[in-house]
Design a protein around this ligand. Structure first.
Ligand code: ATR
Length: 264
């Protein structure tokens, strides 16, 4: 039986096992996908297990998407640029790190029929997922990417990777077509992002990477102002879809039932 893992810390909240085991069963694959809370010192032994065929594939989540990199033999182009790995597999005896968050975001945006071409994208936050969102936004043709983060230094680190992005101070509200919450504000139901949304206007896209709760206060604000709004559920499903396809060589089904698996 093939073994798959998602590693992170914390990891109890992860719904990746629900999704992958559902698809594994549906496709009658002899495999099991588990979650494992680990510490830094365990990263090396997990990668060794991949090398020894004890583990077939690994998903990586917060806070190891970058710190896993030194233990890998090769990175995909996407992982190299974003310095972020969320999917690991063995190919020709080499352990490869790949980033399916990019495809996850891209496919989620395609699914809701929103066109990023020539759009101004304003991203709140500078955490682990932000380089992937920027990469995907550039790929989809956005004309301008602006970042704002409470801790300016972290935004500057991202500007070192993507020189053409703009930075604005935390609290400022530039003109935009799409606003993305990539902060952890909203994970608690009462969280509010203290920004002045009063002049934002209508017909923009409010996108939240968070999908639990389903509707953060940020999304409620966007909705009440007459904007399109979407949570991070589809992005999560599509990053899992891409990892599944990479590991098993087939495309799992995404339907109402799949989406319901995440309503917890
Ligand atoms: P990591 O940095 O480990 O990848 P993350 O959960 O992906 O963590 O990112 C958390 C993001 O939420 C960061 O951009 C963080 O801002 P800081 O860099 O200033 O910490 C942002 N964040 C968390 N709490 C916040 C708050 N109360 N106000 C504003 N931003 C907040």
């Amino acid at each position: 039986m093939k073994k798959f893992l998602v590693i992170g810390n914390p990891i109890s909240h992860s719904l990746s096992p629900e999704l992958h085991n559902y698809w594994i069963k549906q496709n009658r694959i002899d495999a099991i996908y588990r979650k494992k809370k680990i510490n830094d010192f365990e990263l090396e032994s997990i990668i060794l297990d991949v090398k020894k065929h004890i583990i077939t594939g690994v998903n990586v989540t917060v806070p190891f998407k970058k710190t896993i990199i030194p233990y890998l033999d090769e990175l995909s182009e996407e992982s190299k640029i974003t310095q972020s790995v969320n999917t690991i597999y063995l190919q020709n005896k080499k352990v490869i790190g790949h980033n399916t968050d990019i495809e996850g975001f891209e496919n989620a945006i395609k699914k809701i029929n929103f066109n990023f071409e020539n759009k101004k994208v304003f991203i709140l936050g500078a955490g682990g997922v932000v380089p992937s969102i920027i990469y995907a936004s550039i790929k989809m043709g956005s004309s301008e990417i602006i970042i704002s983060n409470r801790t300016e230094n972290k935004a500057l680190e991202i500007k070192n990777i993507f020189n053409n992005i703009k930075l604005v101070k935390w609290g400022e509200m530039p003109d935009f077509d799409v606003i993305i919450n990539a902060t952890s504000l909203g994970l608690n139901r009462d969280d509010n992002i203290i920004l002045d949304f009063s002049k934002v206007g209508k017909n923009k896209l409010f996108y939240d990477v968070i999908y639990n709760p389903i509707e953060t206060n940020f999304l409620k604000t966007g909705k009440n102002l007459g904007n399109k709004h979407e949570n991070g559920k589809l992005m999560f499903i599509y990053q899992a879809f891409s990892a599944f396809r990479l590991w098993h060589g087939l495309e799992p089904k995404i339907n109402k039932e799949t989406i319901k698996l995440l309503d917890q």
